[in-house]
Design a protein around this ligand. Structure first.
Ligand code: F6R
Length: 242
C-alpha cells in the first residue's frame, strides 16, 4: 500500500481530484467509484473546481456508488443515491444517466445486490474507487469480520457506525440498520483503490489497516492484497503510523 501524507484534508482532496482528472484525460469514459460520508467532500469540491476551470472534461465520465442504505424511501435526502447526485453528479454537470448504484428500496434486496455486482462487471469494472474508512476499520459498509472475498450484499451496521452516522439524521432512531455494500472482493476488483482518511479519530484504524496484519477484523487491511492501492492521510490520521 502506498501511503501519502498531506498537511490537511483540503490538500488530500486536491491530490486525489488531480488523480481523477488525470484518469479522465487518459480515459474520458472512466468508471469512477465514489464514496459518501464527510471525508470525500474536499475531493468532490476540488474536482468540480477543475471542471469549472476547464482543466478536465468529465462529460463522458461514469459514476458508481459504493454502498446504500436499505429501506429509506426513494428520494430521501440522506439516501446515498441522493447524496451522490447532489455532491458529485450535479456539480460535475452530469446527469442521472451517467450514474449507477444499488437499489436500496428494492423488494428483493438480495437480487438487487447480485444485479449491481453484475452491472459493475458489465460496465467494464471500476477504474478508480474512492474509499473512506470507518473508525472500526470498515470500508464501504463491510464491518469487522466481513469476508475478504465478499460480494455486494446486505449488511447490518454496527451500533458504532450508526452512532457515527447519526449526524446526518435528526436522531439515531432514523439511521437505518441495514445497508447494501459492495463486498470486499468486489472492491478489490477496481483497478486503483484510493482511500482518504482525515482527522485524529481515524488514526488507529489507518495504522491497523496499513501496518497491522491482514485481517477480516480490520476490513481496510484488505487493501494490502491490492496491487495498486493508495492511502492518503492528513497529519492527524497519520499520527499512529510507525
Ligand atoms: C460511505 C462509506 C463508509 C465511509 C466511512 C467514513 O460510502 O462507504 O465506509 O467512507 O464510514 O465516513 P466519514 O467519511 O463520514 O468519516
Amino acid at each position: 500500500v502506498e501511503v501519502v501524507i498531506v498537511p490537511d484534508a483540503a490538500a488530500g482532496g486536491e491530490l486525489i481530484a488531480e488523480a481523477m482528472a488525470d484518469l479522465l484525460r487518459r480515459k474520458p469514459d472512466a468508471l469512477l467509484g465514489v464514496a459518501t460520508g464527510s471525508t470525500p467532500l474536499p475531493i468532490y469540491e476540488a474536482l468540480a473546481a477543475k471542471v469549472r476551470a476547464a482543466e478536465v472534461d468529465p462529460s463522458r465520465a461514469r459514476i458508481c456508488q459504493l454502498d446504500e442504505y436499505v429501506g429509506l424511501p426513494a428520494g430521501h435526502p440522506e439516501s446515498y443515491r441522493s447524496v451522490v447526485l447532489r455532491e458529485v453528479v450535479d456539480p460535475l454537470g452530469l446527469t442521472e444517466e451517467s450514474f449507477m448504484g444499488p437499489d436500496g428500496s428494492a423488494e428483493d434486496v438480495a437480487a438487487a445486490c447480485t444485479a449491481y455486482d453484475r452491472a459493475l462487471g458489465e460496465a467494464g469494472g471500476v477504474d478508480l474507487q474512492l474509499l473512506g474508512i470507518g473508525t472500526d476499520g470498515h470500508i464501504g459498509f463491510n464491518e469487522p469480520c466481513s469476508s475478504l472475498a465478499s460480494r455486494t450484499r446486505i449488511k447490518t451496521l454496527t451500533e458504532r457506525t450508526r452512532t457515527d452516522n447519526a449526524r446526518f439524521f435528526d436522531s439515531l432512531d432514523e439511521v437505518p440498520h441495514h445497508v447494501i455494500t459492495q463486498g470486499i472482493g468486489t472492491i478489490l476488483e477496481a483497478r486503483h483503490l484510493v482511500l482518504l482518511a482525515t482527522g485524529e479519530a481515524k488514526a488507529d484504524a489507518v495504522a491497523l489497516a496499513v501496518e497491522g496484519p491482514l485481517s477480516a477484523l480490520v476490513p481496510a487491511s484488505a487493501l494490502q492484497l491490492h496491487p495498486h492501492a493508495t492511502v492518503v492521510v492528513d497529519e492527524a490520521a497519520a499520527s499512529r503510523l510507525k
